[in-house]
Design a protein around this ligand. Structure first.
Ligand code: PHB
Length: 400
């Protein structure tokens, strides 16, 4: 090679190398695992809900071979114990030590309210897979907080209207656990019920994790209501429905509820005691659409049981994260880009129509369901649509 050719070769090599380096700088190949920090109850009153959300999420991840945009998922789990202090502790650990890309959870509203500031201030995405506290997608909404479940208002407001208008219920006794979700649930119920001439004969708040509901049931009867409306979930739901049947009230007084009362393993434990309970929710395993049929079959095949609402919310949480990561090519460093992706990607949810509002809360149908005997035991059959594409008002959220 003469000197001239040598110089040219060296120059071409340099240019190509520089080009490659430039390309690397622009598109840093992100291959590190995407860390998901699950803050869920694996003990206490809502333990079964935490298990169901985890299984639903696992199914969504398994469907994509546990990776998105070439990055594998790493799932870290911590038990929130349905305790706000513990929830905040494990959230801080996930943010500071593990440096998770997404926090997932929690189940309970008071735990979510305790975690909110840590997630927001550290700009860590929190995908709420159940907790309902209205503020989280109203005045305390955040660019980093998304909800795949529901706001406390959503299942109650339209159900109360439906009960007044369609079932002609005028006098109702209310019961719910004594914490944020219980209080907000009953407030939303009254908002829908009172304008239709409804009257509340008693309003009682047993402790979360209550074991004896009999004193509360005695007070219910004193007001001579037309019906009783309750919110209980997890272990509380099983105990309440059993004690309701033991008291004999199931033969004389109609019981209405949000559908958490009679979901999944709770319904399996209640058995025949749950028959006839009319309830509201944004999904049922009997909902007849192709996405839901596929989801229910895949879940049954993997876990040997039917999914619950909580499994479905865990599944959609996984699907939302996967879709957003695919949209950003797996880039988790550009928070604004990832936020936009979470806001704009579409996922086909087993619940039917699903999109996120500007406040990051699902816009979704609310179904009225009734527990009836199906081919393999009690199930929730859909009997009416309480609200179509219902959007939480999002009052006070600066992102609206
Ligand atoms: C809540 O605390 O927000 C909560 C818990 C259990 C449910 C629904 C809402 O089933």
């Amino acid at each position: 090679m003469n000197g001239w050719m040598g110089w040219l070769t060296a120059l071409v090599t340099l240019v190509v190398a520089a080009g490659l380096m430039g390309a690397c700088e622009k598109e840093p190949a992100q291959t590190a695992p995407i860390k998901l920090g699950l803050v869920l109850p694996y003990s206490a009153v809502y333990a079964s809900l935490g298990e169901d959300i985890t299984q639903g999420l696992e199914l969504a991840l398994a469907e994509v071979d546990n990776q998105a945009a070439g990055r594998p998922f790493e799932v870290l789990k911590q038990d929130s114990q349905v305790n706000p202090k513990v929830g905040l502790q494990v959230t801080n650990k996930f943010i500071q030590q593990d440096k998770v890309d997404f926090l997932i959870g929690p189940v309970a509203s008071h735990v979510a309210l305790a975690m909110r500031k840590a997630a927001h201030d550290s700009q860590t995405f929190l995908i709420i897979a159940n907790a309902a506290a209205d503020q989280l997608t109203r005045e305390l909404c955040s660019p980093y907080i998304f909800r795949t479940s529901f706001s406390a208002w959503q299942p109650y407001y339209p159900m109360a209207e439906w009960m007044a208008k369609t079932e002609n219920i005028r006098k109702v006794a209310l019961l719910a656990p004594n914490y944020a979700a219980g209080k907000q649930a009953m407030a939303a119920f009254k908002e829908g019920f009172l304008p239709h001439g409804g009257e509340v004969t008693s309003e009682q708040y047993p402790a979360l994790g209550e074991s004896d509901f009999q004193p509360y049931l005695s007070k219910v009867i004193q007001g001579s209501p037309d019906a009783v409306f309750v919110f209980f979930s997890g272990a509380d739901a099983v105990k309440f429905v059993k004690q309701w049947a033991q008291s004999g009230l199931n033969r004389t007084l109609p019981l209405y509820a949000s559908g958490f009362l009679v979901e999944g393993s709770m319904l399996r434990a209640q058995g025949q005691d749950a028959i006839g309970i009319k309830n509201s929710l944004h999904w049922s395993d009997t909902l007849d659409n192709p996405v839901n049929r596929r989801f229910v079959a895949a879940y049954k095949a993997r876990f040997g049981e039917k999914p619950s609402l909580f499994s479905m919310q865990g599944y959609d949480t996984g699907r939302l994260i996967i879709a957003a990561l695919e949209a950003t090519g797996g880039d988790t460093t550009d928070k604004a880009r990832l936020q936009r992706a979470l806001e704009t990607v579409t996922i086909e949810s087993p619940r039917g129509p699903f999109k996120l509002s500007k406040a990051h809360n699902p816009v979704q149908n609310i179904y009225v369901r009734e527990v009836v005997n199906g081919p393999d035991g009690p199930e929730n059959r859909i009997i009416a649509l309480a609200a179509e594409n219902l959007e939480d008002p999002g009052t006070g959220c600066p992102m609206l």
